[in-house]
Design a protein around this ligand. Structure first.
Ligand code: S3P
Length: 432
């Protein structure tokens, strides 16, 4: 992908694709529900398409036309043994949440993914599932993993060592099949889409402070779900509009669930002019239009309990920090090392290649902002959020930026380059 610095500001009203986390969960719960589930605004990105493919491989009737998905629910015990290993592609959410569901099945299964998935830690999910009685094996607890039938699971009380919505969700989903109560307590709030959606499918999920509990077995009722725009995708447009002078952009219908909206808090603390307008609620998931105007940004410290509320937005925040006056410190974010790539190393290396003044911490990074960035050749490491973060940096830098391995962008944001172009950016995908 080739990006040139823009000569005028970004302008216009736009919309980003549906929320990735909510799209995954809607397919999973719809597949296990009784009756029909219809999803609109579904993210037709590669990760969520992998989730659909996995459930089709287990016999669920799922029809998709663009962003509308229609599922004939198989019921909690209606999945069928897949004929081949389930393949999740690049999707950490698919493999981890599915491990919870597969642990409760009466048939064996194998689950695998791409080279990045085969390196990502699965013990964090497999170990607590084993405490519930699950039988999961794999070399070094890495994918490919085999899940063998284990009889009925038993509920547990589990304290997560690190806040993780994927681990929490896997345990709650396994808890739907377990005897007794499964309780999960987090050290800080992570995204709560699973809890919200389970309740909307009629499951009596209990929430108290940092603990969520479910008592199995449950019955889910199919329903209609309208997926809001993904704030993690909107993050790139927010940062682009803030750092490119004379920009004014409205992003319509973005999900701003408080467990996801840390980016808005941080960008405002940096001096960003961001207005949240026309708040509505869609199944307890708040949705709003976001107006953003270019702003003089200043450095901030980002640490502690806010980290899980913006973990996927740190690459975008690091780019904003590079264009801010003063120093930004991001810490308590060691989780970034085990995402689709080592995002700390990727951001440090890429920003340095563009002339930024950055250093790496064990659990984050320090960005001394305000240096004039220039275009550079950047390796995305096959990580969609790294590719998009540097596309934004390239738009505000002088000269041309080339991003290698851009094919990963549709994992979460199909149409990324087109939306940027409509707003006035000079972005060209390879082969265009
Ligand atoms: C996700 C949870 C987060 C996030 C990921 C999506 C989810 O991961 O980084 O992109 O949908 O539950 P962790 O649970 O590992 O923090």
């Amino acid at each position: 992908m080739r990006i040139r610095g823009v000569s005028s500001g970004l302008q216009g009203t736009t919309q980003v694709p549906g929320d990735k986390s909510i799209s995954h969960r809607a397919v999973m719960l719809g597949a296990l529900a009784q009756g029909e589930t219809v999803i609109t605004g579904f993210l037709a990105g590669e990760d969520c398409l992998a989730t659909i493919a996995c459930f089709r491989d287990m016999g669920v009737d799922i029809r998709r036309q663009d962003n509308r998905v229609q599922i004939q629910g198989a019921g909690l015990h209606g999945l069928q043994q897949p004929e081949q290993p389930l393949y999740v592609g690049n999707s950490g959410t698919t493999i981890r949440l599915l491990l919870g569901i597969l642990s409760g099945q009466v048939f064996p299964s194998v689950i695998n993914g791409d080279a990045s998935i085969q390196k990502r830690p699965m013990a964090r999910v497999a170990n607590p599932l084993r405490l519930m009685g699950a039988r999961i094996t794999g070399e070094g607890d890495l994918a490919p993993l085999t899940i063998s039938p284990a009889g009925t699971l038993t509920g547990i009380d589990y304290l997560l060592p690190v806040a993780s919505a994927q681990v929490k969700s896997a345990l709650l989903l396994a808890g739907m099949y377990a005897k007794g109560v499964t309780s999960v307590t987090e050290p800080a709030p992570s995204r709560d889409h699973t809890e919200i959606m389970l309740a909307s499918f009629g499951v009596a999920i209990k929430r108290q402070g940092l603990t969520a509990s479910v008592e199995g077995p449950v019955v889910l009722q199919g329903r209609e779900i309208a997926v809001p725009g993904d704030i993690s995708s909107a993050a790139f447009l927010l940062v682009a509009a803030l750092i490119i002078p004379d920009s004014e952009v409205v992003i319509r219908q973005v999900g701003i669930n408080p467990t996801r909206s840390g980016i808005i808090d941080v960008l405002r603390a940096m001096g960003g002019n961001i207005e949240v307008q026309q708040l509505t609620s869609n199944l307890a998931e708040p949705v709003a239009d976001i107006l953003v105007r270019s702003s003089e940004l200043r450095g901030v410290t980002v640490e502690g309990d806010i980290i899980p509320r913006l973990i996927d937005e740190i690459p975008a925040i690091a780019v904003a920090a590079a264009f801010a006056k003063g120093t930004t410190i991001i810490r308590d974010a060691a989780e970034l090392k085990v995402k689709e790539s080592n995002r700390i190393a990727a951001m440090v290396q890429g920003l340095m290649a563009m002339g930024g003044d950055v250093s790496e911490l064990d659990d984050g990074l320090v960005i001394r902002g305000g240096k004039a960035l220039h275009g550079a050749a950047i390796e995305s490491r096959g990580d969609h959020r790294i590719a998009m973060a540097f596309a934004v940096a390239g738009m505000a830098a002088c000269g041309e930026t080339n991003i290698g391995n851009e094919d990963c962008i549709p994992v979460s944001f199909p149409g990324f380059a087109e939306i940027l172009r409509q707003l006035g950016a000079n972005v060209q995908m390879d082969g265009e």
